[in-house]
Ligand binder design. Sequence first.
Ligand code: 13P
Length: 341
Amino acid sequence: MNLADLNKIALAMVTPGKGILAADESSGTIKKRFDAIGVESTEENRRDYREMLFRSTEAMSKYVSGVILYDETIWQNAKDGTPLVKLIEQAGSIPGIKVDEGTQALPACPGELVTVGLDKLAERLKKYYDRGARFAKWRAVIDIGQGIPTTTAIHVNAHALARYAALCQAAQIVPIVEPEVLMDGGHDIDRCYEVTRQVLNTVFRELFVQRVELEGMVLKPNMAVSGKKSPKQASVQEVAEKTIHLLKACVPAAVPGIAFLSGGQSDEEATAHLDAMNRIGGLPWKLTFSYGRALQAAPQKAWSGKAANVAAGQRAFTHRAHMNALASKGAWETGLEKKVA
Ligand code: 13P
């Protein structure tokens, strides 16, 4: 492993003014997104949609440091035969790859999940590296509910995340370590804070045990937020302050950067939260975005599967990427949202 090179890539991924586009929806997830806009989820439509994003030259070159791809996409070519990976590289952005293989029920822990995909991962990483991937992603899912999460679920998921991260670094690929505490429940922000604290502490202990170099990784956590069904919704400022407090307590300064998931927040909420955190300032790591839904909901709607709407889709994507890029520097203002093209 060459740690200096891993560190260089990790720093590039979290460059202030840029962030990561999570375009790694599995076939099942992208079908759900396409269903919502009335588009059939064929291989060609998935390709056309992602090609539209990666050919958004302004967004990709100015605001997007890296793109997380799904296995199907990393092997796909654009309509003119150019590999989609090349489009990303030509725009000056870094290709990355989701390498987990989704979740399975965790035995003896009803309602809880463990992320799988470690078998043969070393071999797969080599193929992805040869295709151009310089970073990877593995998502663990922790749900909050009555009696959950169990320490068992937190522990097995943290263990798998660290196994994955160590294998990535051995393959000269920067691991994005993503332990996502879901915001689906009726819990309040303090419960989210407490569960996320336990999860992050367990994850960093496992990373240490498994000799993962913190300088060569990026953390992708949830923010401390109120559950979607909670009657008590925390303000933007409270989310920002509690999330920073939590991360300062749990994330070593050696980690180059933190790139948040959006997790079901609205587009503007996700931007406002990131902006408010960066306005607090004085942080040991860079804070940016690695959004899926909060970057893509608008372009998906504008595109709606029609070739005639490609320019509108690209405008919508560029706008969201721009807003989040400003938030990564604490320079976003709500008034800028009205200037959508
Ligand atoms: P969301 O921003 O839609 O949560 O997606 C980010 C991601 O990559 C989840 O794994």
